[in-house]
Ligand binder design. Sequence first.
Ligand code: MN
Length: 316
Amino acid sequence: MKNMNTELTAEWLLSNDDYLILCHRYPDGDTIGSAFALCRALIALGKNAAVICSDLIPSKYAYIYDNLNLPVFKEKNIIAVDVADPKLLGMLEEEYGGKVDLCIDHHGSNLKYAKRLLLDPKAAATGEIIYRLIPAMGVSIDKKMAEALFTAIVTDTGCFRYGNTTPETMRIGAELMSMGVDHEAINREMFDTKSRERMAVEQAVLSTLDYWCGGKCAVMYLTDEMIQKTNANEGDLEGLAPMPKRIEGVKIGITLRQGDEGYKVSVRTNPGIDACQICKKFGGGGHTAASGCFIKGTLSSVKEDLHIAISEVLGE
Ligand SMILES: [Mn+2]
């Protein structure tokens, strides 16, 4: 594994071609926005580039990938963006997990699985790293790239609210706005507009809310059956994870989502508790305030495993 900086990465991208860019599963605004901004920049250079993801990209992100004519080519170089662990490639792991030529990421927990790694754990979003990379390749950021990068940054910072937001994040946001990004429309689409299916999911998921450790931990879950009943699509299920930690007195918020033979666990914490430490116990990772892991078992066994781990962390 070779550690890269922006200049070295730009040089490598300029001297190669035929890039396949991979997003992480359960794609969010950062992985999608970063991937398409980079893809558009490479195409602007006359390179072949395309983006793939193991899961469907939610339609609310359509403005990020519309009007993009992807060339037909055989990939020679694999790039993963915002992917800390090859497991997060989902169904693409088997084919590409061991073949990633370049990983661009901001997760301190990155497993350093790629041949080259451009990592900045201080960046609030991978989109910040791509924002610096595109001009280093000699490409000027156009409006579509700016919209994609703005989306990457607002989604990973909760619209510049979370602790990962730095003065640099705000400066980049301001620069992107001056490039013509319609911040109001993007923020409305990302944070305000909710489908009826989404409202039904929130209603269902909130009805499962449970409190542990004297109310310092709030837990809720989402099963396949609930998803079916509410007729929700992948886009309707995004952004549920921060909900439990918003409750007064809660230090740790946990959201469980049913998966194959177990549950995907999203942990969100308020200052003073390291979510990454909790998830590492179960083979996962992420950031201090937002991390994830996968635990095998039934709903009740997964809850029990978590309850024990959380009680230890909270010293109860
Ligand atoms: Mn990210």
